[in-house]
Design a protein around this ligand. Structure first.
Ligand SMILES: [Zn+2]
Length: 225
């Protein structure tokens, strides 16, 4: 009986830590420093103080939460597009804002489910999403055809701010993250360094996206065209 209990416990622990380990993290007491990483909740067995230390990954100056880290579903299919591209579209999700990694990851999973289950798309539509926690969230990623701006999905990236920006702007952390992400795209060779053009979704179709406040602000962005 004792043996059986031990085996059951070991099995439970291994299973419960699996979500943390599958994103390259380590379960540990959060009184310990999470070196070169950040803590995530709800991914480890044991008490609330045993949390997942996940490596922080950066694209230039912005932290990118990878697909593994937000527990994305695999795409049904994926088409690459030639890079560098000279066009980027700005969107908003027209949903809720999020202000910490755990909440933003939950949003990412829900947006991906909506795009795949309800819209019937191959994957989450956008290239990247941006949270008001100041992080970028990997959608389809660089150089992958999207489902964000009809007619331009194979020649542009689509960056979407998580939230609704009809009457207010994304906070400074999110605006900075968007700028840094585009800068990284240039530095990594996915976006043209010269002649790069930024547009709002409504410039390419009938939609209120990316929201009145954000769209009005974009008019003064140096690369708006
Ligand atoms: Zn849009």
């Amino acid at each position: 009986m004792k043996t059986l209990l031990v085996i059951l416990c070991v099995a439970t622990v291994a299973y419960a830590d699996e979500r943390c380990e599958s994103m390259g993290g380590t379960c540990q007491l959060d009184s310990l420093a999470c070196v070169n990483g950040h803590y995530r909740s709800g991914l480890c067995s044991g008490g609330a103080d045993r949390r997942c230390c996940v490596p922080s990954i950066y694209c230039g100056d912005v932290q990118v939460i990878t697909r593994a880290q937000w527990e994305a579903r695999d795409p049904i299919s994926k088409s690459t597009m030639p890079t560098p591209v000279d066009l980027s579209f700005i969107h908003h999700t027209a949903g809720n804002s999020c202000y910490n990694i755990d909440d933003c990851c939950a949003q990412m999973r829900s947006i991906q489910n909506y795009h795949m289950n309800d819209n019937g798309w191959n994957d989450i539509g956008y290239s990247f999403l941006i949270g008001e926690d100041g992080n970028a969230y990997e959608g389809r990623g660089w150089g992958v055809e999207g489902a964000h701006t009809s007619g331009y999905n194979d020649v542009s990236h689509g960056m979407s701010f998580m939230g609704t920006y009809m009457s207010r702007l994304p906070n400074t952390a999110a605006m900075d993250a968007c700028y840094d992400l585009l800068q990284c795209g240039k530095d990594e060779g996915f976006i043209t360094r010269f002649g790069h053009c930024i547009q709002g979704h409504r410039d390419a179709g009938t939609t209120s996206c990316p929201g009145d406040a954000l769209y009005n602000d974009m008019q003064s962005w140096p690369e708006y065209c």
